[in-house]
Design a protein around this ligand. Sequence first.
Ligand SMILES: Cc1cc2nc3c(=O)[nH]c(=O)nc-3n(C[C@H](O)[C@H](O)[C@H](O)COP(=O)(O)OP(=O)(O)OC[C@H]3O[C@@H](n4cnc5c(N)ncnc54)[C@H](O)[C@@H]3O)c2cc1C
Length: 311
Amino acid sequence: MSENTENVRCLIIGSGPAGYTAAIYAARADLKPVIYLGMQPGGQLTITTEVENYPGYPEGIKGPEMMEDFRKQAERFGTDVRFGVVIAVDFSKRPFKVEADDGKTLFAETVIVATGASAKWLGLESEKHFMGMGVSGCATCDGFFYRGQDVAIVGGGDTAAEEATYLSKLCKKVYMIHRRNELRASKAMQHKVFKTPNIEMIWEHAPVEVLGDSTGVTGVRVKNVNTGETRDLKVTGFFVAIGHEPNTQIFKGQLELHGAGYILTVPGTTRTSVEGVFAAGDVQDHYYRQAVTAAGTGCMAAIEAERFLSS
Ligand SMILES: Cc1cc2nc3c(=O)[nH]c(=O)nc-3n(C[C@H](O)[C@H](O)[C@H](O)COP(=O)(O)OP(=O)(O)OC[C@H]3O[C@@H](n4cnc5c(N)ncnc54)[C@H](O)[C@@H]3O)c2cc1C
């Protein structure tokens, strides 16, 4: 075996709450896990400010700090933490062949995929600038910070409709911005939105700039897609709900995926279509998408990997 080739018992791909939790459990079960951190070490929570809904932090915690704690806990039990991105996998036979961009080829007896699903963004410079200062990709996570305030949400699918309804219970007013003159959301979700008195539809408009100052977001400028006219909505929170992209490109043709690209798992487990490969966190969950559910399935994946190896 060359110095760039190694055998591992448990390889974990991705370092969000799912990957690090899997690492903690796998390391404590003596599986000597190797974890590849990927292009976003610590995962999605590293781009948010306050996390207030993760149990165990009564005062809340900054996302990057929380993920630092996850890493330290995984390392404490001997996880081999590596900077690098997995670029190719071959799950056609065991041990599974995995190639990383650090030049290593690993032969893994089990693999835990925890590569997450990235929120899609509009791509505005101002959106990036006010990220975590009024711009959010998750109403369940951040809606609480805008209680009694006016907010805007952009999107027209089921998630946007669900998040708008969720926000309407916390906020004074919710502007729902959509570029078409009808929603893509299911009829039932549309009905919910339309009968909520504090949701105002801003049809046929697209956000062109997030407005703000040193205190954070103060508004959003929207443009009429037909006339090009702009107007400013006065809001303190701006939610982007235009979809998620599961990070599964390298698993296409290797694992069974949903139509939307998420990894298919056997219900109630983290088992994928390939025995010995497990999937945890947002990469297999288009519904809850929370840190605590990701961590929960990370724990399940490590326990299942351990039982698979000892069976
Ligand atoms: C702005 C924002 C705020 C949020 N706030 C909250 C909150 O307050 N509370 C809450 O519970 N949830 C919150 N969420 C949701 C939460 O972040 C996710 O549910 C959670 O991070 C999912 O964890 P995960 O481990 O599945 O994936 P992620 O956190 O997405 O991590 C995926 C990991 O996979 C790695 N990766 C991807 N591809 C590869 C590859 N090819 N090779 C190696 N590694 C790879 C990435 O580098 C990353 O480390 C928020 C999300 C966003 C976007």
